[in-house]
Design a protein around this ligand. Structure first.
Ligand SMILES: Nc1ncnc2c1ncn2[C@@H]1O[C@H](COP(=O)(O)OP(=O)(O)OP(=O)(O)O)[C@@H](O)[C@H]1O
Ligand SMILES: [Zn+2]
Ligand SMILES: [Zn+2]
Length: 749
């Protein structure tokens, strides 16, 4: 059986008399582990080793397995592929309330519900029925006004009557009284949006193809922004549920940011949808889980972990915005929900739909190799056009601004935040009562250097990666090969003394904006303004109601928003992500810029996009301007061959962290040579080794971080080696030193 301990092994227990055998795999059992009660997951029967007295199982907790076969299969795959302990993996697939032996699971709240079971349509019938029962009449009318069903307690208070009135009504067969599980889903209060329009021919064709897919078939639904992918999902779901009587899973990057999409599913399928979001309490999560398990709801919509919805007979798994990096879990088990979705779908015999306007290179490659069928929606829905994109070269813009500024004033960091054309465009929108989105994806980590005159960014001479600015000691450092160089006083390219640390944030932009447009209603959406549970949704709802003129935000505002009155999208600085020391920097930038640009002009008024950049010639920007995914992918795939990066090789990032800087470095170096020896001893030629080096973000939460990379073109070999390292690589028990293996990392920072 698997226990939720961070151990790469399973445990054998005896089934005592009185407990029926065999216990189905996936069933929860109560055992004593290290003298404490623990919940274990039964994996199956095994031959007990000789001469060892086995401890007995104390109780079987489930009637039916909490983890049905397909989920158990998925869990085993995750543990194997991502080198994670099986027990931890299986535990993470279940609601917390089901895996804790200590705290009793929160009893799902039940409440006494009263329901009308006898209709009294005519006034005359009512007069007769309630002639000598005035209070019953009051209750009946109240009930009817509330849709025919209401909680007993609230009715009693409203009618100001005794509980006996209800009993009498039930005896007469007027109402039915029973305890019902109270759903605590806060999403239930949100209205679904209107039934969607009729699908276009292109949408119908995609639906047909998906429904004709063999079990386990993967589809890439590549539809440009605003092409109506949601309607394709809805039509597929309708067929899967209604014609085939099956169930479905829909993954979205983040519920809070995709409330519009979720509202559409609820609009189409109502209470068949269980929305699994991070705002749920343990009890609410359990309710949702149980309603899926009992088959009361047949569609699970949620982020990553909705993949583990306890549904049976799954007919389709949809992964919306499949390129999103939030699908990768950042702690053990570090699975990618897209990949795990494919594994589960195969086990279920379901088809998989990976939808995006900007597919990941992995998925694109998968289609190129014939492992996924590519479906394309080339045009926007309802005759809308992709918006024209204008690029403003901020180097030129800045030169102009410098020329015009007062030479005696101190250097103004906000100088050149907005180009003239962006200001004019914003002004126009305010005058016309239209809305604007402004993207500035400035996150809080170490800056890079850039020449303000020519746009040059110092890059490592040994890697195609920008150098990171370090303050103490003041140096430019490459985080891949440890190359270091002094901070240049003048630009290596053009010799101007205009080297600057870049670091403009959303708050600063908000200030500049409000000084410039004092009458505008500005909303800012970034990590700082969205700490509350529903903060994202509240901001987006305000935009939807037209209460916001300019929405300024980080990448949060780029995800799937569909507001027809947004006629301008401005990217304040497209370069923020381009110079990160990460091989995915260009891909991320392309996706982000294309996605945010795609928020403009979705309604009949059309729209414009203005992109400010100092690197107008980078392929990420060039292809985003022309909405050219194919062109971008072709160029980017070329860059991933030498040196080899995914999707051409499988990589694993081995991270060593600890509280002491020197010990962390020493452990990383020792771990690396341990792996190196393993590679040599076993003659593993198809395993390339890079590092060790400090991580680009070399300290997080007091922990120092070092890493090295493994690359291989053989996934199976990578699985074996990754697991061996995670399980066996020695790490001294001091300074909280820790080693983790991150297979298929989405970030190397
Ligand atoms: N067949 C149709 N007829 C009319 N309007 C449609 C049709 N299909 C979709 N729409 C509308 O087009 C808009 C865009 O659809 P949707 O939000 O699903 O696009 P999307 O493909 O998910 O785009 P993105 O990738 O940018 O999020 C929505 O307002 C939707 O209601
Ligand atoms: Zn320069
Ligand atoms: Zn380097």
């Amino acid at each position: 059986m698997a226990l939720a301990a961070p151990l790469f092994r399973t445990f054998t227990y005896r089934v005592p008399d009185g407990i029926a055998v065999p216990i189905a795999p996936g069933t929860r059992v109560l055992v004593s582990f290290r003298n404490r009660p623990e919940i274990g997951i039964c994996l199956g029967a095994t031959v007990p080793p000789d001469g060892i007295t086995l401890k007995p199982i104390q109780a079987v907790v489930d009637d039916v397995p909490s983890l049905p076969a397909s989920l158990l299969h998925t869990g085993k795959w995750i543990a194997d592929w991502y080198a994670a302990p099986l027990g931890l993996t299986l535990r993470s697939m279940l609601p917390t309330a089901l895996t804790s032996a200590k705290a009793p699971a929160p009893a799902s709240r039940t409440q006494r519900m009263v329901r009308i079971v006898m209709d009294l349509p005519s006034l005359l019938q009512r007069e007769q029925t309630f002639a000598r029962a005035k209070q019953q009449r009051v209750v009946y009318d109240l009930l009817e006004a509330q849709g025919g069903a209401a909680p007993l307690e609230s009715l009693r208070i409203q009618a100001n009557c005794s509980a006996g009135v209800f009993t009498a009504m039930a005896k007469r067969g007027l109402v039915d009284i029973r305890d019902e599980v109270q759903q605590r889903d806060p999403f239930a209060d949100r209205a679904g949006t209107l039934p969607p329009p009729n699908p276009s021919e292109a949408q119908r064709e995609a639906v047909r193809a998906i429904l004709a897919g063999d079990p386990g078939q993967v589809f890439l639904l590549h539809g440009v922004t605003g092409s109506g992918k949601t309607l394709v999902y809805i039509e597929v779901l309708r067929a899967v549920l209604q014609q085939r009587d099956k169930t479905a899973i829909v993954l979205v990057p983040e519920i809070a940011l995709t409330s519009q999409t979720v509202d559409r599913f609820r609009g189409a399928f109502g209470d068949d949808v269980a929305v699994l979001h991070s705002g749920l309490s343990d009890g609410e999560r359990l309710d949702a889980w149980q309603s899926l398990r009992r088959g009361e709801r047949r569609i699970a919509v949620g982020a990553r972990s909705a993949l583990f919805a306890p549904l049976e007979r799954v007919g389709v798994v949809i992964v919306d915005e499949e390129h999103e990096s939030s699908y990768k879990q950042s702690e053990t088990p570090r699975y990618h929900a897209r990949e795990a979705a494919i594994v589960r779908a195969r086990a279920e015999g379901a088809v998989v739909v990976l939808g995006s306007a900007t597919p990941s290179l992995e998925t694109w490659e998968r289609a190129d190799r014939g492992q996924a069928i590519r479906l394309t929606l080339p045009d926007r829905a309802a005759g809308a056009q992709l918006p024209p994109v204008t690029v403003v070269d901020m180097r030129v813009e800045l030169k102009q601004a410098v020329k015009e500024r007062n030479p005696n004033a101190p250097f103004d960091e906000t100088l050149g935040v907005f180009s003239k054309s962006l200001l004019v465009a914003l002004e126009q929108r305010l005058v016309r009562g239209e809305q604007s989105l402004l993207l500035l994806n400035r996150r809080g980590y170490s800056s890079f250097m850039q020449c303000n005159a020519c746009g040059d960014v110092p890059v490592c001479p040994h890697c195609s990666i920008s150098l990171t600015y370090h303050r103490v000691p003041e140096m430019l450092v490459c985080h891949y090969c440890q190359h270091q160089q002094p901070v240049p006083a003048v630009c290596a390219q053009c010799s101007a003394d205009t080297m600057r640390r870049r670091g403009l944030g959303t708050q600063q932009v908000e200030r500049v904006l409000s000084e410039r447009f004092p009458e505008a209603r500005i909303a800012r959406m970034d990590v700082d303004t969205t700490s509350g549970k529903w903060a994202h949704t509240q901001i987006l709802d305000r935009v939807g109601r037209g209460e916001v003129d300019i929405l300024l935000g980080t990448q949060m505002i780029a995800k799937g928003l569909d507001f027809p009155n947004v006629t301008l999208v401005g990217v304040v600085d497209a370069d923020t992500g381009l110079n990160l020391p990460d091989f995915r920097a260009a891909e991320r930038t392309f996706q982000l810029v294309s996605q945010v640009a795609g928020r403009a002009g979705r309604g009949p008024k059309g729209g414009d996009v203005i992109i400010q950049t100092r690197m107008p010639n980078s392929h990420a920007i060039r292809h985003a301007i022309t909405h050219d995914v194919t062109g971008f992918v072709r160029e980017e795939l070329g860059a991933r061959r030498m040196p080899a990066y995914p999707p051409f090789v499988s990589i694993a990032n081995v991270l060593v962290s600890g509280l002491d800087q020197a010990a962390t470095a020493a452990t990383a170096v020792a771990a690396a040579s341990w792996v190196q020896r393993l590679v040599e001893r076993q003659g593993l030629r198809d395993l390339v080794f890079v590092g060790p080096a400090p991580c680009p973000i070399d300290r997080i939460k007091d922990r120092w971080r070092w890493h090295f990379l493994l690359k291989s073109s053989q996934p199976k070999l990578m699985t074996r080696v990754a697991r061996y390292i995670a399980e066996r690589c020695p790490v001294p028990k001091m300074h909280e030193l820790r080693l983790t293996v991150d297979r298929d990392p989405v970030s190397l920072l």
